[in-house]
Design a protein. Structure first.
Length: 283
């Protein structure tokens, strides 16, 4: 795992405030890394992030998982969006996860993807999670330490939006190999992408690429691409930041239907082939 800074307010440090700081003395920096469950063997941890909500991170996470599973990889999804979990519903996973001693066993989708989410630990999946940030962050950490993931080629982490407690905990505690930044084609895209990009860079996490959701929709009659949210700016932003455009996803009613039916294991998304190709370089 990349080394993280132990100074939480480096932008406001002064000579006086930094006296006695371990970094200044050259001492070993505190590690926040959480120990992987002893019954887990995970080769790569990939985060799916964004600078704002509503851009389709869970959709992208599930599509990436499906594509990887279809290629024969062993895949898991850690649903880190504790206050807005959607992964179990997408795959039609109902009921509680099995508990073995003090460990949790992930549920398995129809296409053999292992899933852990707060909704698999609650009697009422519609009950709101009204917890403070540190409590939520600790739950996400336990999804790493207490869940028996077994052998996985890829664990995809579906992050909550923004740059708060949970993304910070994931970046500090899990050995994240890289992240995809998900966005949409509005004018705010540059600011949104840069927030997520800057956080990842600050935490020494590689940005593997940016993925644009809601990029366009195709007319069912003539096949013309209709830019519902305006012209895309993702290519220019990617060029400025020096990252790949890993996919441009159209609005696809078929994916919505599969989501609503809890049948997302059947979903295919060829528009993410570039992202899958990027992940393939890890092998």
């Amino acid at each position: 795992m990349a080394e993280k800074s132990s100074c939480s307010s480096s932008s406001t440090c002064s000579k006086e405030s930094c006296e006695g700081c371990p970094s200044a003395k050259g001492e070993a920096k505190e590690s926040f890394a959480a120990e992987m469950n002893s019954h887990s063997d995970i080769k790569r941890v990939i985060g799916v992030v964004s600078g704002k909500g509503g851009v389709g991170k869970s959709l992208v996470t599930a599509c990436l998982a499906n594509q990887l599973a279809a290629k024969g990889y062993r895949v898991g999804i850690l649903d880190a969006d504790v206050t807005g979990p959607s992964i179990p519903r997408m795959y039609g996973l109902e009921g509680l996860a099995e508990v073995s001693g003090e460990e949790l066993l992930p549920r398995i989708t129809a296409n053999d993807i292992k899933v852990m989410s707060i909704n698999l630990l609650m009697e009422d999946p519609e009950a709101p999670v009204i917890w403070r940030g540190p409590v939520i962050a600790n739950v996400v950490k336990q999804f790493w330490t207490d869940v028996v993931w077994g052998e996985l080629d890829y664990l995809l982490v579906d992050m909550p939006p923004g740059t708060g407690d949970v993304p910070l905990t994931v970046f500090q505690s899990l050995p994240v190999d890289g992240v995809f930044v998900v966005t949409s084609p509005q004018e705010l895209v540059k600011m949104i992408v840069k927030k997520a990009w800057n956080m990842a860079k600050t935490m020494n996490i590689p940005v593997l690429g940016v993925i644009e959701n809601y990029s366009y929709m195709k007319c069912p009659d003539c096949g013309k691409e209709i830019k519902v949210f305006g012209e895309s700016h993702i290519d220019e932003v990617a060029d400025e930041l020096g990252v790949f455009v890993a996919g441009k996803l159209p609005i696809d009613p078929t994916l919505t239907e599969l989501t609503d039916a809890g049948d997302f294991a059947k979903a295919e998304n060829p528009y993410l082939d570039r992202a899958i190709e990027i992940l393939g370089f890890f092998r």
